[in-house]
Write a protein that binds this ligand. Structure first.
Ligand code: MAV
Length: 326
């Protein structure tokens, strides 16, 4: 008996030391896409950079293809500090927790890529980040983005007349619905993982999205008509749960913050550079038909007062003016 106990004790010690070694830190990430999408590639780069900059042991468990749900699910997990530690997501999907964060994601906020780059390289969004941490328990560690969002629909939408009453899906933030309402469309907030079906069954006639995601999730199968409204250049923060972040050793936190900034720059170059190419790829493959859209200027005019009102309601008029003036 003694002998057995001793053997058991020895194996217990071995097991314990193994699990100590493994338990160092494992962070779980989530992506709605496969390895090819720029979100996943940027998260991989983030992981590589964190490991490179941190002296201790850290490992990553990134779940792909929407295994852990869609971004609106991740937001809840991040807020609760369960299931997901890090991801990339649209500010408009965090509106439930922070009313102000979708401002950085408003259609027609940026004039062009140069303006977008200038704003993201500044600290113009710092007050929004602070509110997100406080209200949602979510920490922004870097900025991915750079995709251009266009209308994608079952039938061509080429003018303000065709846009009138167009039943389209928008992201969950009220400012998104208000924007498309102002230009005459009939927007409704639908979960991202229901969009394909909703278009296929005719519940809606289309939605709006960037090339990378239309390609990766094969939305062109149901919404092959792309109208070049170019209404949004995306801002997609790399985020962490504050509950997770705050519990990490200080040197790992430092590594994460540095890695976030670098991975963001990597990802922005990647997605903004590939956007036009991906549209061409899909067109060449006969998956989409690209249409010009007449009326972008008019859209812009109709949307600006909506942006002004939204910013005013948040006490963020100065912030908006600052961004527009950059
Ligand atoms: C695209 O897949 C991405 O911009 C993602 O961040 C958004 O959540 C998604 O679109 C969407 O429209 O919900």
């Amino acid at each position: 008996i003694n002998y057995t106990l001793k053997a058991l004790a020895t194996s217990a010690i071995v097991l314990a030391s193994v699990s100590v070694a493994q338990a160092d830190v494992t962070l779980r990430g989530a992506s709605m896409f496969d390895e090819d999408h720029s979100f996943t590639q940027t998260l991989r780069e983030f992981e590589r950079l964190v490991a490179e900059k941190y002296d201790g042991d850290v490992s990553f468990d990134l779940r792909l293809n929407g295994e852990l749900g869609v971004e609106s699910d991740y937001v809840t997990y991040l807020n609760q500090g369960v299931a997901v530690d890090y991801t990339i997501l649209a500010p408009s999907n965090m509106a439930v927790f922070s009313e102000s964060i979708p401002l950085m994601d408003m259609p027609f906020l940026f004039r062009d890529l140069e303006h977008w780059d200038a704003v993201l390289s500044s600290d113009a969004f710092a007050p929004l980040e602070a509110d997100l941490r406080e209200a949602a328990g979510i920490v922004i560690v870097g900025y991915h983005g750079g995709g251009v969002r266009n209308l994608a629909s079952a039938e061509p939408i080429t003018s303000m007349e065709e846009l009138a009453g167009h039943r389209m899906r928008v992201m969950g933030a009220p400012i998104q619905a208000q924007t498309f309402d102002a230009v005459g469309a009939a927007p409704s907030a639908i979960a991202y993982n229901e969009v394909y079906n909703a278009i296929q069954t005719g519940v809606i006639a289309g939605f709006e999205n960037e090339a990378a995601s239309i390609q990766n999730l094969k939305f062109y199968e149901v919404a092959p008509h792309i109208s070049l409204t170019q209404h949004t250049i995306t801002v997609r923060p790399i985020v962490m749960s504050a509950a997770t972040f705050d519990a990490l050793p200080a040197d790992l936190q430092d590594a994460i913050v540095m890695a976030g900034a670098e991975a963001g720059a990597f990802g922005r170059a990647l997605e903004s550079g590939a956007d036009g190419e991906i549209l061409q790829e899909m067109e060449a493959a006969g998956q989409i038909v690209i249409h010009d859209f007449e009326g972008r200027e008019q859209m812009l005019e109709l949307v600006q007062p909506i942006q002004d009102d939204y910013a005013e309601s948040l006490g963020a008029t100065e912030l908006l003016m600052n961004v527009r003036g950059m």
